[in-house]
Ligand binder design. Structure first.
Ligand code: PEP
Ligand code: MN
Length: 359
């Protein structure tokens, strides 16, 4: 992939690059006032606003559509912030270009579909415009790279990746699990590719935004895309995750910025990769525990039917003996494994007792 570094982009950008604006353009006043606030507080280099909104369910606000594009043009001309918006089909591309949108972004749902990505890439053939590609909603780095390659193949060299988290089946504090090892892998495979983090869609709630921004800065991301709204509670989309321009300025002020050439950068990345592995293993442990408890309950129901006691001393003795042998083979400490299985067994017994004694 031929990639133009950020310094060759035709805008005045800082590091970290900050993109902000509402999830959705809602009205001309909202768009212009938000942009003015952001500019006044020096809280954005680029203004974002969704014009066409991909909504998971129909009958939600699907964006103002074409009529919002002249609002973005006013932001650019009157306030002096370059603009960006999401495009999901060739007609969006045509309209966005007609209204001089500076940067296009490809949404997470679109990146998931190679047909849609190819349609967009073909519509952009011969056009020199920067394109930001959000990660696909599924944890699939190949789809993300594939989409970047399709734009590269269409002659787009000002490319950027946006990490916005992945749909997750795991119980998580986040709306979209960050799965940091995926953007880190992308960074390692394409060191020239600028990559920014979208903490808003990872977090799903504004309280978590700062923590995710800090993590992205610590991982040497090139920038942040953060949704902002003058009155987040009344936003027509993503109201729980938007922050006011004032909050945003405070968050940006409070972050601790690491320099690109910190001597510990490699160490930091390595540590992060290892911690990602540990996070993953812990989630697996938790998922396995959940399945184990479900089976325990099924056994509990059978014991109840057959009028068998919850506690069967032989079984626990046998189980512990077997687990301890295996632990010994694996080089795990006796007391550690005995403790863990002691807790697991106690919880299983408690759950079965509740089932068996139900009246
Ligand atoms: C957005 O940026 O408002 C958006 C819809 O993002 P994503 O494609 O990441 O869900
Ligand atoms: Mn949004």
């Amino acid at each position: 992939m031929e990639i133009s570094p950020l310094k060759n982009w035709p805008f005045k950008l800082g590091r970290p690059l900050i993109i902000s604006g509402p999830c959705s353009a809602e009205s001309e006043v909202q768009v212009l006032e938000t942009a003015r606030e952001l500019k006044g507080r020096e809280a954005a280099h680029i203004f974002r606003a969704g014009i066409w909104k991909p909504r998971t369910r129909p009958n939600s606000f699907e964006g103002v559509g074409e009529k919002g594009l002249p609002w973005l043009l006013r932001v650019k001309k009157e306030i002096g912030l370059p603009t960006c918006t999401e495009v999901a089909n060739a007609s969006h591309v045509e309209l966005a270009l007609k209204h001089e949108v500076d940067i296009l972004w490809i949404g997470a749902r679109t990146t998931t579909s190679p047909f849609a990505v190819q349609e967009l890439a073909s519509a952009l053939k011969g056009v020199d415009i920067p394109v930001m590609v959000k990660n696909p909603i599924s944890v699939d780095i190949a789809l993300w790279i594939g989409a970047l390659e399709r734009f590269s193949g269409a002659g787009i060299s000002k490319l950027m990746a946006v990490h916005r988290g992945f749909s997750t089946t795991l119980d998580s504090r986040f709306r979209n699990g960050p799965n940091w090892k995926i953007p880190i892998e992308l960074k390692l495979r394409f060191p020239e590719l600028p990559i920014i983090c979208d903490p808003s869609h990872i977090a799903g709630k504004r309280e978590l935004i700062k923590e995710i921004c800090q993590r992205a800065m610590d991982l040497d991301f090139d920038g942040l895309m953060i949704e902002s709204h003058l009155d987040p509670k009344s936003a027509l989309s993503d109201k729980s995750q938007q922050v006011t321009p004032e909050n945003l300025a405070q968050i940006l002020h409070d972050l601790s910025y690491k320099t690109e050439f910190s001597p510990d950068k490699d160490f930091g990345l390595e540590l992060e990769t290892l911690r990602e592995k540990i996070d993953h293993i812990d989630y697996e442990l938790l998922e396995n525990l959940k399945v184990r408890m479900e089976i325990v309950k099924i056994i509990g129901e059978s014991k109840r039917k057959m009028k068998i006691t919850a506690l069967q001393k032989n079984r626990i003795e046998f189980l512990l003996k077997q687990r301890m042998e295996k632990a010994g083979e694996l080089g795990l400490s006796d007391s550690f494994i005995r403790d863990i299985f002691g807790h697991i067994h106690a919880e299983s017994l408690k759950s079965q007792t509740e089932i068996i004694s139900r009246i």
